[in-house]
Design a protein around this ligand. Structure first.
Ligand SMILES: C[S@@+](CC[C@H](N)C(=O)[O-])C[C@H]1O[C@@H](n2cnc3c(N)ncnc32)[C@H](O)[C@@H]1O
Length: 268
């Protein structure tokens, strides 16, 4: 039987696995198709910690957003926001500061359709269907929403997404384009898969993801740190993701298992 449920946009190719839906599956969500689940199972064979990694990434997102709210950020541009799941940015930010405003950006049909559905009655949050590697189009769309005041600090979020941007699309240049339109005192929160921590598992994951709509490009710590050009890194810098300001302050000896580096920087 064809999987055409009410939340499935007509234009979506259910046979081509997408990163958004694989991630949703790994997080225990229900917005994925048989092809996504099959590829996610291969992902799990390549990286048995994949479910934990997905949860750790969401936990980093939460800690980063709360930190930004704490330092006074009230507006967020979430690039590659994904399929809404537990603990979305607008929920985290608005629970802490109700006036917080969020513009989500994703190019994946299911992520956009589901986001639109849950945001229907929220006049401080919206989603744009755009490719984040086209900052001009994204920023024109953001301005049209009227939700972001570019004379005030903005929290730029690129969490778990830049490893889907190939080198020829110059992810550092893309980040710089967003950096250049926000005022000093704005922030960038970033997490991205690396080849430094678990090279064998990472190579196996890269091979699996070649069968999806989103091939992956892990990067070195130096390459990831370079994306913070123009920002002062806040403590503790670019670190294995569980070590970025853990809530209980605990030092996780196995933090490298996550295979992801994360950091937050403040625009100079
Ligand atoms: C692994 S999910 C991460 C979701 C969320 N940021 C998080 O960390 O929980 C990556 C998301 O980035 C989106 N994405 C990848 N490349 C993109 C691009 N060039 N433009 C817009 N979205 C993109 C995918 O569709 C997917 O929803």
């Amino acid at each position: 039987m064809a999987e055409r449920l009410s939340w499935v946009p007509n234009e979506v190719d259910t046979g081509l696995p997408s990163a958004a839906r694989i991630y949703d599956y790994l997080l225990g969500g229900g917005h994925n198709f048989a092809a996504d689940r099959a590829l996610a199972e291969k992902f799990l064979r390549a990286q048995p910690n994949a479910r934990t990694i997905a949860r750790l990434n969401r936990a980093f997102l939460r800690r980063a957003v709360l930190h930004l709210v704490d330092v006074g950020v009230r507006q967020f541009l979430d690039l590659g926001s994904g399929i809404p799941t537990v603990g979305n940015v607008h929920e985290i930010a608005q629970k802490a500061e109700p006036e917080s405003r969020v513009v989500y950006v994703d190019y994946e049909d299911v992520a956009v359709a589901h986001s639109r559905m849950i945001l229907e009655d929220d006049d401080r949050t919206t989603i744009l269907q755009e490719d984040l590697t086209d900052p001009d189009a994204v920023l024109a769309g953001v301005r049209a929403t009227g939700l972001i005041d570019f004379s005030e600090p903005v929290g730029l979020l690129t969490v778990g997404v830049l490893h889907f941007v190939p080198p020829e699309q110059d992810p550092g240049g893309v980040v710089a384009a967003y950096r250049d339109v926000v005022v000093p005192g704005s922030y960038l929160a970033l997490s991205q898969f690396t080849s430094d921590l678990q090279p064998d598992q990472m190579a196996a994951v890269v091979a699996v993801m070649r069968g999806s709509a989103n091939p992956m490009y892990p990067r070195t710590r130096a390459e990831i740190t370079a994306m913070f050009d123009g920002f002062d890194l806040v403590e503790p810098g670019v670190v294995p993701l569980p070590l970025w300001r853990p809530e209980d302050g605990a030092v996780d000896e196995d933090a490298g298992r996550a295979g992801i580096f994360a950091g937050v920087g403040r625009k100079k």
